[in-house]
Write a new protein. Structure first.
Length: 215
């Protein structure tokens, strides 16, 4: 899953409006941020296998430190404690950020083939929606725009562009998702990791900027 993860960002924002949306955009993709870093460092492994699923050419055959269920609980704790400590805020805000981090595994479970280990590199699970392109794409779109809808209901524009900026951003993200699903596969694992890493931080930066157009 890619853009569907951001639905948890928008939901978390409605629960505590003091948490920056850009922070939440990183939180929901935190395990993928470290996945990309670990791939580049050779700690976790991925192969490019076109056709391994109908929508995703990545064979994610070794990622116990980022995508196991046990590791996801660790990332939840690190996200909660890290945000509370760095922002000098209360535990409620920290736990919301931690929950946003953990949401990544729950949503990945829906689309991944059985490559998500429960712990270490064993007992792998996944419902495999990536093998059903239309259903997977509609799920991504529905989750993301559902989250945007909740965000728009909980905020109001403060600039002339504030009314339409976030929906337009959603459409752009959906076009990126379409390219991920139906475009050419990445040329190498390194290219996949670098591209993903850049996308996560660019989208978080845009979200941080667009947030200023609403209150």
């Amino acid at each position: 899953m890619f853009v569907g993860h951001y639905s948890a960002s928008f939901l978390a924002k409605t629960l505590d409006k003091r948490i920056p949306l850009g922070v939440l955009f990183i939180a929901v993709q935190l395990v993928d941020v470290f996945w990309a870093i670990f791939v580049l460092l050779g700690i976790e492994k991925v192969r490019i296998v076109p056709g391994i699923t109908a929508t995703n050419p990545l064979d994610l055959y070794y990622m116990p430190y980022t995508h196991s269920l046990l590791a996801s609980f660790v990332w939840l704790g690190l996200g909660a404690v890290g945000y509370k400590s760095l922002r000098s805020t209360n535990w409620r805000a920290g736990l919301i950020v931690g929950a946003a981090v953990f949401s990544h595994w729950i949503l990945d479970l829906l689309v991944h083939c059985p490559d998500l280990p429960l712990y270490d590199d064993v007992l792998k699970v996944g419902f495999g929606l990536w093998n059903y392109p239309v259903a997977a794409f509609l799920l991504e779109a529905g989750l993301m725009f559902g989250g945007i809808f909740l965000y728009l209901r909980a905020t109001e524009p403060v600039t002339p562009g504030g009314k339409y900026a976030m929906p337009i951003f959603g459409v752009i993200m959906l076009l990126i998702q379409a390219n991920v699903f139906f475009g050419s596969p990445p040329p190498s694992p390194t290219a996949a990791a670098v591209t993903a890493l850049m996308a996560y931080f660019v989208l978080a930066g845009v979200a941080y900027w667009l947030e200023k157009k609403r209150r």
